[in-house]
Ligand binder design. Structure first.
Ligand SMILES: Nc1nc2c(c(=O)[nH]1)N(C=O)[C@@H](CNc1ccc(C(=O)N[C@@H](CCC(=O)O)C(=O)O)cc1)CN2
Ligand SMILES: Nc1nc2c(ncn2[C@@H]2O[C@H](COP(=O)(O)OP(=O)(O)OP(=O)(O)O)[C@@H](O)[C@H]2O)c(=O)[nH]1
Ligand SMILES: [K+]
Length: 469
């Protein structure tokens, strides 16, 4: 059986629904006879031809632009045919079906493309590397301008260039060590003269810089999940609305208004924050409210950061203060270690002394913010606090998009280089161990650009693309 990568594939390349223009794309080897059969003529390479797209009876389904990209000069590196038609879902489905029909006898095995399969071919045919392929998906999925721009930088190869720079330095060091293996007599001197240690520490420094930027890029891509928690009427829904600049969640003076979570992605300096308003935490006999409260705790357990809201106007009510203390006590049990909690003291507009002397316990080792969700005073301080706990440091210029997978690979490289460094620093370095650590470091690095990666990994990456990409 031929591998699935050998099949010609077809798909609608444009978004589902109505649009001004829609594109059906076909990629495969030896498309020319199929193009002739489908359109009744040949097409000059890479030139737009305005012509009818006929059905099997020769009746025009639509008139549009046909483009033929002969291999290897195409998106996928194979022959590609594009039918750029009017963007109605029925028109495009008819054209796609017509392609599959016309393929019979002319283009055996033509089938519908799986998600990401065009881009997977671009990768397999060395048009782009794996980090660039991921950047294409990230560009499409970008939720902020900063994320889109940094995905654009990765797509142009900025990130891959950094990885290649690290790889070249690593290869140089490996050659040195491997050469030494052949002359065990002079081994130590040889490595010292060549300043292997200096080379390694330069490499570690460059790696540190790349890792830092990749972490920022991963943050831009993935954002963080921020859960607003606290007692009923603390102002959680008001805070979500204030951050989002829209009336998303219902605000009323009735305690227990919010029963289910309300989620909104906002951005601060281009960093996406997935903010979730939850039901107020309290003892309740109401069945619906109880479910909402259980969900609130589930959300808290999955948070990257928690905003623990306190109502400053209630600080003279011992029951209220005690209930806050109970929540503060329960939070650490629910939260994974290291998840920051920010204490937010709300309603400064109505607090007696501006509310700057809280009496209630603080859950957050990550500081406190005083604000009014109603007037907006103090919101900027909260935004800064959120960026700080998210770990955002850079201005977005120069950041390339990256994924958690890339950051993990870089961390693995770092760990192997540390081991290598320990060998080099010893009086009697075990050269074979040193060589092995450097080899493993290079493998980890190569998983980023896909020069060393498993089929499983490729499957996971490309299947998350949209259809027709
Ligand atoms: N109509 C259309 N627009 C599109 C795409 C597409 O497939 N079709 N793309 C799909 O995602 C993106 C562009 N990506 C592309 C990448 C490479 C080539 C290409 O023909 N490359 C050749 C020639 C390059 C050149 O002219 O210098 C090559 O690499 O050899 C085309 C599109 C966005 N816009
Ligand atoms: N004065 C003042 N009132 C506020 C402020 N924030 C919220 N409120 C009021 O407090 C009441 C409760 O606000 P919500 O935002 O619904 O509170 P919640 O924490 O979501 O409440 P639940 O849905 O019961 O959990 C409403 O009457 C709001 O107008 C504030 O900063 N200042
Ligand atoms: K409420």
């Amino acid at each position: 059986m031929l591998p699935r990568h050998a099949d010609p594939i077809a798909a609608i390349a444009t978004a589902p629904g109505r649009g001004a223009v829609g594109i059906v794309r076909v990629s495969g080897k030896g498309l020319a006879p199929f193009v002739q059969g489908l359109l009744g003529r040949t097409l000059r390479p890479r030139e737009a031809h305005y012509l009818p797209f006929p059905d099997a009876q020769g009746q025009a389904i639509d008139r549009g632009l046909a483009l033929f990209f002969p291999a290897p000069h195409s998106y996928t590196g194979e022959d590609v045919l594009e039918l750029q038609a009017h963007g109605g879902p029925v028109v495009l489905q008819l054209l796609l079906a017509r392609c599959l029909e016309a393929a019979q006898g002319l283009l055996p095995r033509l089938r519908l493309a799986e998600p990401g399969e065009f881009t997977e071919r671009a990768f397999l045919n060395d048009k782009i590397d794996l980090a660039q392929a991921e950047a294409i998906a990230d560009l499409i999925d970008a939720s902020t301008e900063a994320a889109a721009r940094s995905a654009g930088r990765s797509l142009s190869g900025d990130f891959s260039k950094e990885i290649h720079g690290l790889r070249d330095a690593l290869v140089h060091l490996r050659m040195l060590v491997e050469a030494t293996l052949d002359f065990p007599e002079e081994e130590i001197d040889f490595l010292r003269k060549a300043d292997a240690q200096g080379q390694l520490s330069n490499l570690q420094q460059s790696l540190g810089r790349v890792m830092q930027r990749a972490q920022q890029g991963a943050l831009l891509r993935e954002g963080i999940k921020v859960v607003i928690a606290g007692q009923p009427n603390a102002g959680k829904s008001s805070l979500l609305n204030a951050l989002a600049g829209a009336e998303l969640a219902i605000v009323t003076p009735i305690a227990g208004t919010t029963r289910d979570k309300v989620q909104q992605t906002i951005q601060i300096e281009g960093v996406p924050l997935h903010v979730i308003d939850t039901a107020g935490l309290r003892e309740s006999d109401d069945e619906v409210e109880k479910i909402g409260i259980a969900r609130a705790w589930d959300e808290i357990a999955g948070a990257d950061a928690v905003l623990f809201l306190h109502d400053l106007t209630r600080q003279d009510a011992p029951d209220y203060v005690a209930a806050d203390a109970d929540i503060a006590g329960a939070l650490p049990e629910k939260l994974p270690e290291g998840v920051p909690v920010i204490d937010v003291w709300n309603k400064i507009d109505r607090a007696p002394d501006g509310g700057h002397a809280p009496a209630a316990p603080q859950a957050g080792a990550h500081g406190a913010v005083w604000l009014s969700a109603r007037t907006g005073e103090g919101l900027d301080a909260l935004r800064r606090a959120l960026l700080a706990v998210a770990g955002w440091q850079s201005a977005p210029e120069g950041v390339y998009i990256a994924r958690a997978r890339h950051v993990q690979a870089l961390q693995a490289v770092d760990a192997h280089l540390m081991e290598a460094g320990a060998q080099l620093a010893s009086d009697h370095p075990a050269l074979d161990l040193l060589a092995e650590e450097l080899r493993l470091a290079q493998n980890a690095l190569n998983t980023i650009t896909g020069e060393f990666s498993s089929d499983d990994l490729l499957g996971v990456i490309f299947s998350s693309f949209c259809i027709g990409k």
